[in-house]
Design a protein around this ligand. Structure first.
Ligand code: NAP
Length: 311
């Protein structure tokens, strides 16, 4: 029987995803009808990108056996009490590679002092030699799909990488810490901090006045995780005192970041418009279809969201 798959993303995404998803179904030998506007009563699977096309009541999809998010972050979906079907988040090799490139680029920018070099091109010959990466501790908060890949890439460049997660981990190349007590150990050493935590009640303002104060003076913050991880007022205060020398922020509590927000005009804040790592249809379509294959075969689903933990 043909599987009915609802593409629940905004209209502009449909032409971008339709061809790679159909190709992935064909490659996997799955008889699926991918539809943009399926009758909810007939839908077996929802492929979900909630921006501008949110589902409020999943009870309208009584046959649905899987909701596969096209996003890595599922905070907008996981709190919906009508969603009782298995929910899986996106872990896509293309998205991961994009995040590795974003993080490596901004860590190297801070490490090499590129902003200061550009600002100091005034005709004065004043060499400042940066330390080697081995002498530049970098903290990666969150050791999931993205934090682990970024941490290992940074370790591959020679950085001393400290990682932090909720549960204990062993990751090659990363000095792993966990739990509330592990955060201080990681932050008090880190000259550069990269936040790759999900938005959950527990991670709300992980970086606040107290924890920003644990960092060495003049640290750099790079946040491609979620805006809720940061207490914005505390960060602005830490930038003013020089406790944080530089912040590169990709994600915000309100997106798009409102024009009047102080981050835009701050001389030591770089705003990027949530572009750190997009889901790439070419690679992600195969991930979607592999999970549908698993669903059909009654095999364990990949990247299933833990509703209690919220990610
Ligand atoms: P993931 O695989 O679910 O990993 C999340 C990590 O955070 C895990 O290591 C987890 O610990 C840790 N964590 C969760 N709650 C914690 C807590 N209370 N204390 C300490 N550690 C905690 O997620 P991912 O795929 O790496 O993605 C991470 C986030 O990146 C996403 O949730 C999303 O918000 C963001 N993101 C941003 C973009 C962008 O373009 N800016 C793109 C994609 C994703 P355990 O390992 O112990 O579970």
């Amino acid at each position: 029987m043909t599987l009915i798959v609802q593409f629940q993303g905004r209209a502009a995404l449909w032409p971008v995803w339709q061809t790679p998803l159909e190709a992935a179904f064909a490659e996997a030998g799955i008889d699926a009808a991918l539809q943009f506007d399926a009758d909810p009563a007939t839908v077996d699977v929802i492929v979900y990108s909630p921006h501008q096309r949110e589902i409020e009541d999943f009870a309208a999809y009584p046959r649905c056996r899987l909701v596969q998010s096209l996003w890595a972050g599922v905070e907008r979906i996981v709190t919906n009490r009508t969603l009782t079907q298995p929910l899986c988040r996106m872990v896509d090799p293309g998205l991961t590679q994009g995040m590795v490139e974003y993080v490596a680029g901004h860590v190297l920018r801070a490490h090499l002092g590129i902003d200061a070099i550009l600002a100091a091109q005034t005709g004065t010959w004043a060499p400042v030699i940066p330390p080697l990466a081995a002498d530049r501790p970098v903290a990666v908060l969150g050791l999931g799909a993205l934090g682990t890949a970024c941490g290992q890439a940074l370790a591959g460049l020679g950085f001393r990488v400290l990682g932090w997660s909720r549960t204990p981990k062993t990751v090659a190349g990363i000095d792993c810490h966990h739990g509330p007590e592990g955060l201080r150990a990681v932050l008090q050493e880190a000259q550069i901090v990269v936040t790759l935590l999900p938005a959950t009640p527990d991670t709300e303002t992980t970086l606040n006045a107290e924890t920003l104060g644990w960092l060495p003076h003049g640290a750099t913050l790079i946040n491609p995780g979620r805006g809720t991880l940061i207490d914005d007022a505390a960060l602005l205060a830490a930038l003013d005192t020089g406790q944080i020398a530089q912040a590169t922020l990709d994600v915000f509590r309100t997106e798009p970041l409102p024009p009047e927000h102080p981050y835009w005009a701050h001389p030591r804040v770089t705003v990027t418009p949530h572009i750190a790592a997009d889901t790439r249809p070419g690679t992600a379509s195969r991930v979607v279809v592999e999970n549908i294959r698993r669903m059909l075969a009654n095999e364990p689903l990949l990247h299933r969201v833990n509703r209690d933990a919220g990610y």
